[in-house]
Design a protein around this ligand. Structure first.
Ligand SMILES: [Zn+2]
Ligand SMILES: [Zn+2]
Length: 235
């Protein structure tokens, strides 16, 4: 199952989160990267290294041989190749193969393992970045990635769907290249039956984050979720 799974962006303690979620990360076959920024690709070396330790080094009688596929725009693929080469991951003995798939900035559709997704350009200032959407049996998930509000994101949504949205500032009105809470709040009347998960929140400290969550819930109820690690969403 993990082999057919798709990881979207890779930062923080990715391996620990996947392990906590009960996923055999060492067999994961596909990684989609929305853009080249360090907070979206930085954990890839550790993710690959740990996959190699667990799936190749400690499994000498049954080594992983299936490739890890990377999907991203040209600058992202370039950055990932450089990152992996810099720490010599391709030279590790018995390393599984890497396959790089460069995506057109105009957007498109791809099937990665068991998941089909549509990716489309958003507006992250000068950095090309993809938002994406995928359909489950019951509803659609739309992920804004890092972006100012752009209509293409909201055009994908229907009643009952899930929107995971960049919310990089909660305390100022304008934040170019990202989206503020005020901008999301202004969009809500046009998305009446969509559940919105806020991600990419600033690191304000526990007390301030808690207060933000309380204020948001008091005002909007459960349709707005302040994203936390290891959240599970059934589509
Ligand atoms: Zn970014
Ligand atoms: Zn980011």
């Amino acid at each position: 199952m993990a082999r057919d799974g798709l990881l979207i962006d890779c930062n923080g303690v990715c391996v620990q989160r996947l392990t906590a979620a009960g996923l055999a990360f060492e067999d994961l076959g596909h990684v989609f990267l929305t853009h080249e920024h360090i907070d979206h690709i930085a954990a890839l070396p550790n993710f690959i290294h740990q996959s190699w330790v667990k799936g190749c080094l400690y499994r000498a009688d049954n080594r992983r041989t299936h490739p890890l596929h990377f999907y991203g725009n040209a600058p992202t693929i370039r950055a990932v190749r450089a990152l992996l080469n810099a720490v010599k991951l391709p030279q590790h003995p018995h390393m599984f193969p890497f396959e790089f798939h460069e995506l057109n900035d105009a957007g498109g559709t791809l099937t990665a393992g068991s998941i089909t997704l549509t990716y489309f350009p958003v507006n992250h200032g000068p950095t090309p970045c993809f938002g994406l959407t995928t359909d489950g049996p019951n509803r659609r998930l739309v992920y804004s990635a890092d972006t100012e509000p752009v209509q293409a994101i909201y055009d994908h949504l229907r009643d009952g769907d899930i929107l995971i949205h960049d919310c990089n500032k909660i305390d100022v009105e304008i934040n170019r290249e990202h989206t503020t809470w005020a901008q999301i709040e202004a969009l809500l009347p046009s998305l009446p039956n969509v559940t919105v998960y806020l991600v990419h929140l600033p690191m304000l400290g526990a007390a301030q984050n808690k207060k933000f969550e309380q204020d948001v819930t008091a005002k909007h109820g459960p349709r707005i979720v302040v994203g936390i690690d290891e959240t599970s969403i059934n589509l």
